[in-house]
Design a protein around this ligand. Structure first.
Ligand code: SF4
Length: 65
């Protein structure tokens, strides 16, 4: 069983810190003013984990695939 990286868009405040920390895995959707996942399978684990820990509203999660 794999895992998938997801952002809860209802919670995201659009602070962009995840995009600044890990632009490989996250992008910013200007029209919706929320972050989106670029790399749902992961990769670049260190910066993903740092972004998860830094998110002020704790809305980036791994989900079981
Ligand atoms: Fe949204 Fe969290 Fe990324 Fe900020 S760090 S843009 S709140 S997902």
């Amino acid at each position: 069983m794999g895992r998938k990286l997801v952002i809860d868009k209802d919670e995201c405040t659009g602070c962009e810190s995840c995009v600044e920390i890990c632009s490989e895995a996250f992008t910013f959707n200007e029209s919706e003013q929320v972050a989106e996942v670029n790399l749902p399978e992961g990769g670049m684990e260190d910066c993903i984990e740092e972004a998860i820990e830094t998110c002020p509203v704790d809305c980036i999660h791994w989900e079981d695939d």
